[in-house]
Design a protein around this ligand. Structure first.
Ligand code: NAD
Ligand code: UDP
Length: 310
């Protein structure tokens, strides 16, 4: 039995990860400052004797004894990470230094949740891990993109300088139950609007693409990466099924036989035009690939949103 720290454990991905790690027979310490996380996500775990909840901000150091650390703490949705951009960079930089320092002291292996945003508005399709990206260093998304890039640098420097065992997952757009209803991301926005009978907001002309991974697949990938021997480079985790945002809206309308109108709104600054992971490395090194098709994942997510809306 391992004792595992999950930072950001009350968030969307973190809470699913806590479930999975407990199910696998581990002890889990869930650390969260509840900026975007919610007690609802972990309420069902509070009576589990192998689960511990710690309200803490990773910008401050913490002393714990653990075998593994999953560092997920960081707001992920653009409206949340742009709410206090300086804090977002602090969380990725100072927070990751604190978690790497902890890993070094207790000789724990650490997995850093990085992001496809390190590729910025990519000029290479699909994105491979060897692509260095096209990131605006001074734009409104930079606090997140550059913060995550600096976190990757820190991981590799702690490895080179202090022999810390690091794994880096470059996570592509992930969706599923427990996404915050108000997080402003495209899947949650479109489903909420559809269920409320409101117009579905498409930013720009809707021709920009994303590739959406269902949360259960992503969690499998994170756990496989943490426990694999592969540590040569960051690893892309995502679903390579690429769709335009307009197609995504169509899929959601089809599933529910809704006929909400589409409302076009201005495209936010620095919005990437195409995004799709090349997952050859994850297939080869982890024997991992996503299994849940978009339509099935959307159905499950829509059911969750219906239940949360009461
Ligand atoms: P989320 O916002 O639901 O979860 C983030 C959690 O971290 C929240 O519970 C929040 O309260 C907590 N947190 C934020 N700042 C903190 C701090 N300073 N100290 C302690 N806790 C803090 O987001 P998510 O979608 O679950 O994302 C989890 C991780 O995965 C993030 O690091 C994110 O960058 C990364 N990621 C997510 C996606 C995605 O599509 N969901 C894509 C790429 C990367
Ligand atoms: N988007 C949209 N309507 C919305 C919310 C987002 O058209 O109501 C677009 C957004 O401009 C982007 C894509 O959907 O092109 C994905 O946005 P999201 O914020 O979910 O993730 P990210 O841009 O970080 O990939």
């Amino acid at each position: 039995m391992n004792r595992i720290l999950v930072t950001g454990g009350a968030g969307f991905l973190g809470s699913h990860l806590c479930d999975r790690l407990l199910n696998d027979g581990n002890e889990v310490i869930c650390l969260d400052n509840f900026f975007t996380g919610s007690k609802d996500n972990i309420e069902h775990l509070l009576t589990d004797p192998h689960f511990e909840l710690l309200r803490h901000d990773i910008v401050q150091p913490v002393l714990l004894e653990v075998d593994q650390i999953y560092n997920l703490a960081c707001p992920a949705s653009p409206i949340h990470y742009q709410y206090n951009p300086v804090k977002t960079t602090k969380t990725s930089v100072m927070g990751t230094i604190n978690m790497l320092g902890l890993a070094k002291r207790v000789k724990a292996r650490i997995l850093q949740a990085s992001t496809s945003e390190v590729y910025g508005d990519p000029t290479v399709h699909p994105q491979t891990e060897s692509y260095w990206g096209n990131v605006n260093p001074v734009g409104v998304r930079s606090c997140y993109d550059e913060g995550k890039r600096a976190a990757e640098t820190l991981c590799f420097d702690y490895r080179r300088q202090n022999n810390v065992e690091v794994r880096i997952a470059r996570i592509f757009n992930t969706y599923g139950p427990r996404m915050a209803l108000n997080d402003g991301r495209v899947v949650s926005n479109l489903i909420l609007q559809m269920l409320r009978g409101e117009p579905m907001t498409i930013y720009g002309d809707g021709s920009q693409t994303r590739s959406f991974c269902y949360v259960a697949d992503l969690i499998d990938g994170l756990v496989s990466l943490m426990n694999s021997d592969y540590d040569d480079s960051p690893v892309n985790l995502g679903n390579p099924h690429e769709v335009t945002i307009l197609e995504l809206a169509e899929r959601i309308r089809e599933i529910t036989a809704a006929d909400n109108p589409i409302e076009f709104q201005p495209l936010p600054a620095d919005d990437p035009t195409r995004r799709c992971p090349d997952i050859s490395l994850a297939r080869r090194a982890l024997d991992w690939k996503p299994r849940i098709p978009l339509e099935e994942g959307l159905r499950r997510t829509i059911d969750f949103f219906r239940s949360r809306m009461g």
